[in-house]
Design a protein around this ligand. Structure first.
Ligand SMILES: CC(C)(COP(=O)(O)OP(=O)(O)OC[C@H]1O[C@@H](n2cnc3c(N)ncnc32)[C@H](O)[C@@H]1OP(=O)(O)O)[C@@H](O)C(=O)NCCC(=O)NCCS
Length: 252
């Protein structure tokens, strides 16, 4: 039998009384609730040094860690998200952080939500309340009309000196590396990591979760759907390696 939201909240009421916040297991916090989707997280769960409660799939039968309470669920992310939204229902997200020497156009939006649907068994989905923030480091520029989404549980980071051009979208929990340029119209999916000294060309798209190493140039209109682990110039749909990295390519 599938439980509705109210029944899930009632079922886990005692848990939500004991643990007072939610977190990502990438950065576990004491007395918080988190979730994992797969067995690969078990070694990490075994090492958590403080009290936590974690929604896990049935494949994680148990942990040797006595500090961690496991809640078994066929839908760990769904049940966690119901609890997360409920626990944070009256709380504001964390405030964005700006270095003092940033240059942000008045029409840019810093700290909007991104879409993070979590599907219910009946095919409807719930939106996960975004509780984290955008961390804008020193010398960052954000152009007109750009949108920078805040994170759900972890911050979105624009690292030192990076340049987000007009009309770009930076997805939630993405990290843009130092002195990287995201040219007009480019779309960076959620949880992407773009390395240092990269360039993402006009209207390019980077699939959510993709990691791009330092010193990579992505051609205009290109699409990156897999991690890029070697420096270079890449272009196409999906991208292919074109030639070695050249930091002066824009001025040639
Ligand atoms: C990727 C890029 C850097 C390559 O420039 P380049 O070194 O002069 O490369 P070339 O024009 O000699 O092209 C080399 C090959 O890549 C292909 N190619 C170049 N750019 C491409 C792109 N965006 N998408 C698909 N293929 C591309 C060319 O067709 C050519 O293929 P071929 O060898 O089969 O003929 C450039 O095309 C580009 O996209 N620059 C970014 C522009 C931009 O966003 N400017 C913003 C200014 S703020």
């Amino acid at each position: 039998m599938n439980l509705d939201d109210g029944q899930i909240i009632e079922k886990y009421g005692n848990i939500m009384d004991k643990y007072f916040r939610t977190c990502s297991l990438m950065y576990p916090c004491p007395l918080s609730i988190s979730f994992v989707r797969s067995l690969k997280w078990l070694p990490m769960i075994d090492k958590i040094p403080f009290d936590m409660c974690i929604f896990v799939p049935p494949s994680i039968a148990k942990t040797s860690n006595e500090k961690v309470t496991l809640i078994h669920s066929d839908m760990p992310e769904f049940e966690f998200t119901i609890c997360h939204n409920y626990m944070n229902r009256y709380l504001h997200p964390k405030l964005n952080v700006f270095a003092i020497d940033v240059n942000i156009h008045a029409s840019a939006i810093v700290g909007c939500d991104g879409v993070h649907p979590v599907y219910a068994p009946d095919g409807t989905f719930i939106h996960t309340k975004h509780m984290s923030y955008v961390d804008v480091k020193s010398k960052v520029c954000i152009g007109a009309g750009a949108t920078i989404q805040r994170g759900v549980l972890l911050p979105t980071i624009l690292d030192e000196g990076c340049y987000i051009d007009t009309l770009c979208n930076i997805g939630h929990q993405a990290i843009i590396g130092k002195y990287s340029i995201i040219a007009s119209g480019a779309i960076i999916g959620g949880s992407c990591i773009i390395g240092d000294h990269c360039f993402v060309g006009l209207n390019a798209t980077i699939k959510n979760g993709v990691h791009i190493c330092d010193n990579v140039i992505i051609g205009q209109g290109s699409s990156v759907i897999k991690d890029i682990v070697d420096p270079g110039i890449y272009a196409g749909f999906p991208v292919r390696f074109i030639k070695p990295y050249d930091m002066y390519f824009l001025s040639r």
